[in-house]
Ligand binder design. Structure first.
Ligand SMILES: Cc1cc2nc3c(=O)[nH]c(=O)nc-3n(C[C@H](O)[C@H](O)[C@H](O)COP(=O)(O)OP(=O)(O)OC[C@H]3O[C@@H](n4cnc5c(N)ncnc54)[C@H](O)[C@@H]3O)c2cc1C
Length: 253
């Protein structure tokens, strides 16, 4: 956990981006000074457990964050800053996009039930991906859990490296889960249908014709698929180890 105590924020809006993706907009006095700009900013989110209006979160003290005594600990999951708008509204706004998956996890369940006024905790953002100015092309790969991060990666590539070819390969459940993505990337949408999560993505990337020359790759999604594709890029496609930024986002069971 970061040395800074999580910020307690409140839901201001809830919006279905697609049938399977919920955008929750958060705000609050504690959003002041949030360092939320940049691509692939990862946050820990602290969700209230049953019977709590607000999640118990560690509060700042001179000796570091301290958990409140006698309160049930929150469910904690990792999400992505999809949009941070410090100048919007009284305190700024933070958007987080949640996949509505069938696994009945506490985070997805919280998003489905979220209403204006609900409380949630948000950590300081982390993440170390930066585009390499020397890369001749970029490959951006993931599933719907990675779509919020992919959007911020594509935004950054379009703004900071215009003209460098960008190819994105994204697995979603079906055509209704495709989203408009920023930047001028070529986006190949892969539909999962009834196949196991990650299998269509792995097949599509393995079959893709990619530009020649040294490229940079960002990939995230189901952990086994990410591991497979990272190995494929390094072994079969000649990517430099330092040019592949891969993160398992969730594990199929
Ligand atoms: C750096 C990082 C950034 C992330 N950013 C986002 C984001 O912006 N938006 C987002 O939706 N997710 C994101 N994730 C993934 C998210 O943390 C996981 O999906 C998490 O498991 C969801 O928590 P939960 O409480 O809903 O389910 P859990 O209690 O963790 O899991 C319950 C069950 O659901 C299954 N499951 C979990 N996630 C998925 C899924 N996506 N699809 C299908 N089955 C699933 C698990 O296999 C498990 O069986 C990110 C993960 C990381 C590491």
């Amino acid at each position: 956990m970061s040395t800074t105590a999580p910020r307690l924020l409140q839901v201001t809006r809830v919006h279905r981006v697609t049938p399977g993706m919920i955008r929750v907009t958060l705000t609050g006095e504690e959003l002041a000074g949030f360092p939320g700009h940049g691509p692939d900013r990862r946050i820990k989110m602290f969700f209230p457990v049953e019977g709590q209006e607000r999640p118990a979160v560690p509060r700042a003290s001179t000796g570091g964050p301290v958990w409140p005594a006698g309160q049930a600990r929150p469910a904690i999951r990792t999400y992505t800053v999809r949009r941070f708008a410090p100048g919007t509204g009284e305190h700024g706004e933070l958007d987080v996009d949640f996949v509505v998956h069938a696994g009945h996890g506490p985070a997805a369940a919280w998003a489905v039930a979220a209403r204006p006024g609900d409380w949630v905790g948000v950590s300081e953002p982390g993440g170390r991906w930066n585009p390499d100015p020397a890369a001749g092309h970029h490959l951006v790969i993931g599933d719907e859990s990675a779509l919020p991060a992919i959007a911020t990666v594509l935004e950054t590539l379009a703004a900071d490296h215009p003209g460098v070819p960008v190819r994105a390969v994204v697995e979603v459940a079906g055509p209704g889960e495709e989203q408009d993505l920023p930047g001028g990337a070529r986006v190949d949408w892969v539909h999962r249908g009834s196949e196991p999560a990650g299998a269509p993505l792995v097949a599509a990337v393995r079959a893709a014709e990619l530009p020649e020359g040294p490229g940079q790759a960002w990939l995230a999604g189901e952990s086994a698929a990410v591991r497979d594709l990272r190995g494929h890029l390094l072994t079969d496609r000649g990517f430099d180890r330092r040019a592949v930024y891969a993160t398992g986002y969730w594990r199929a069971r």
